[in-house]
Design a protein around this ligand. Structure first.
Ligand code: 7PM
Length: 258
């Protein structure tokens, strides 16, 4: 899964022509690089980031989805807002990536009414405060219990199990030690019976280990993606698609698959 962020530069006139065009060309590059899914998002979920209005998020992502009408890889919409889900699915997205695990009012029903796939992610706290003091007695058990509860809620709302992907939410209210525990024990989440998505790409946990800034974490990101796939991840959400695909091709070759 390749990440496509649609965030206007600060010099824009309020229109979105430049950011739309650059997101579309970035998306096309990720497909050429070997992405199997594109994750398109219009609101940064970075720790401490400001939220954007529903209208602004729609204005950012809809033209990008529309501009990718000719592609054959599935589009995931990265949002927690039901209205953005509805509009993005109507425009051609077929998956919802929700860092809020459909806890927003109306989100469960919105996905249930569609035939979209959904990624349910765990986080502790909100993007604004989540890295202040992450605390768990048993991070694996607690993340796992949360995901089981959200799977059950999704099923009650009418979302079949085969539409659900789960994600422990690396970096979302977790210390480095929590993140490492989650990666080490990723198979516990696979045992819940759904495909597991892992998002480790360029995250600060990799910076904490390597001492490198965010634009210098490609090797660390690719290593982390490989470790996640070795532990059963079905989807890795990455910025550096080309490098990740190369590494996974080697892993697949050694494993005797295609
Ligand atoms: C700063 C920190 C900027 C973190 C951006 C991020 C995930 C996700 C994100 C994830 C799923 C990023 C993250 N991370 N969705 N969205 N899983 N499902 O690296 O781990 O883009 S935001």
């Amino acid at each position: 899964m390749g990440v496509v962020n649609v965030t206007p530069d600060s010099f824009s006139d309020g229109g979105h022509h430049a950011s739309t065009a650059s997101a579309i060309s970035h998306a096309r590059q990720l497909i050429a690089d070997g992405a199997d899914i594109l994750d398109i998002g219009g609101e940064s979920t970075r720790p401490g980031a400001a939220t954007v209005s529903t209208q602004e998020e729609l204005d950012r992502v809809l033209p990008v989805i529309a501009g990718l009408g000719d592609i054959s890889v599935p589009i995931s919409i990265d949002t927690y807002k039901p209205e953005v889900m509805r509009a993005a699915l109507a425009a051609g997205a077929c998956m919802v990536n929700d860092i809020n695990a459909l806890q927003e009012k109306g989100a469960l029903d919105m996905v249930a009414l569609s035939d979209a796939a959904v990624c349910l992610m765990h986080k502790q706290g909100t993007p604004k405060n989540m890295q202040q003091q992450p605390h768990y007695t048993d991070v694996i058990a607690e993340v796992s219990a949360f995901l089981r509860e959200r799977i059950a809620a999704a099923e009650v709302a009418g979302i079949a199990r085969d539409r659900i992907v789960i994600d422990p939410g690396f970096g979302f209210g977790k210390t480095l030690a929590h993140n490492l525990d989650l990666l080490r024990e990723l198979e516990t989440f696979c045992a819940l019976g759904m495909p597991v998505l892992a998002g480790l790409s360029r995250k600060s946990m990799l910076g904490a280990i390597t001492g490198r800034d965010v634009d210098e974490r490609v090797a660390a990101s690719v290593a982390a993606a490989l470790l996640a796939v070795q532990r059963g991840a079905a989807i890795v959400r990455v910025h550096d698609v080309r490098e990740t695909v190369d590494v996974l091709k080697i892993w697949n070759a050694v494993n005797g698959s295609e």
